[in-house]
Ligand binder design. Sequence first.
Ligand code: GLU
Length: 469
Amino acid sequence: MTSTVRTRIAPSPTGFLHLGTARTALYSWAYARHYGGQFVLRVEDTDVSRSTQESVDQILAAMHWLGLDYDEGPIYQMQRLDRYRAVVAQMIEEGTAYRCYCTPEELDAMREAQRARGEKTRYDGRWRPEPGKVLPPLPAGVQPVVRFRNPPDGEVTWDDLVKGPITIGNREIDDLVIVRADGIPTYNFAVVVDDWDMRITHVFRGDEHVNNTPWQINIFNALKAPLPLFGHVPVILGDDGQKLSKRRGAVSVTAYEDNGYLPEAMLNYLARLGWSHGDEELFSREQLVQWFDGQHLSKSPAQWDAAKLAWVNGHYIKQADNARLAALVVTQLQRRGIVAEDGDRLQRMCALYKDRCATVVELADWLAMYFADVTPSAEDLTAHVTAAVRPALATLADRFATIEWTKPAIAAAFKETLTQHGLKMPQLAHAVRVLVCGRAQTPSIDAVLELFDRAEVQARLRAASENPL
Ligand code: GLU
């Protein structure tokens, strides 16, 4: 019997969708799509005090933005408590789990004593039933936890899809709590019941979970459930070689959306970070699906490279449809309190500037001058708006009044003004750039001006010639 590939992503809604989780989601999604399988979204919300609806909404929005569509879900663990209870009851009945009545104080004392003896701290099995063993008398008023009865010896081995064979001895791990005193299951238990019920065949996740996997495999075995394959993806390191964290810059997918990155660029960059297909650096969603067969996942941590991401994003900005960019620019400008009308003119602006922008934020930085006043720097004014150029600015403004407002006519007006005042093009063009655009470097000045409102250009030029510094 061939089973359909079924993968999942199981974020905990305790914050934004982290880049690491997004990358794992991307791999799980691409793997399912490559093999014509299904991808499931499960929300692991059993940490009730830290899980929020706002976070769920943000995670779903980020998944949507990246185009990671799922075939089932979102499935919420907190809506499956009855199922976990039923499985636990069965395990207690079969002797693969048991109630433990240790109080937190007792557990502290246990660990303290172990530390004092120089031993590794672990649950000492005092409530673990054994043939012929007499358990302590039931204490009054203690709400028990449920522990998994982990095999006492032997080894757990799996052939990790990313890291290769991994073996951990059962002596290394103790009888883990699978249901807390408040009746809520813990991660390692709920994840197994879910992966089993949801018929997950391949589990991709961050390698911070490697140490959890032996417990999970033992629980699968105790439940006589078929084991999925596991692939643990190494962490993403920041530019400084430390684990990528909030303190070291943006770590949420949402932040990149806000900062003007395109979803296809994020998808491309994240996929390549920890996986390769030959020398390919730029590839589409379709190519990723076609190529992503679970091979060539890197065993070593990936290094976040902001400059490379900017390069990838710049590539997609250049390719992006101008109408799409215009809509994104409107939103970016709105955030700065600048109202820009979407339409043909804004699209032509995007076409003119997009080649020099790595992000939509940079594009908005350029286009703001068309919709809001500019403030040239004192240095630029002194350097470029000189006494020699000033009279020519007035002439140019006058000529602009009568011409047809097109690129060739603007270029011709410049030429005539230069001849009349005996100036060179860079002298006049730089002064105009500083006054109209607020900066000395721009694309070709006639192309830049054509997109301006004519009266606005004249006003900015006249302001300088009429108010000598
Ligand atoms: N909720 C877990 C996490 O976000 C899921 C781990 C797993 O995929 O098993 O890390």
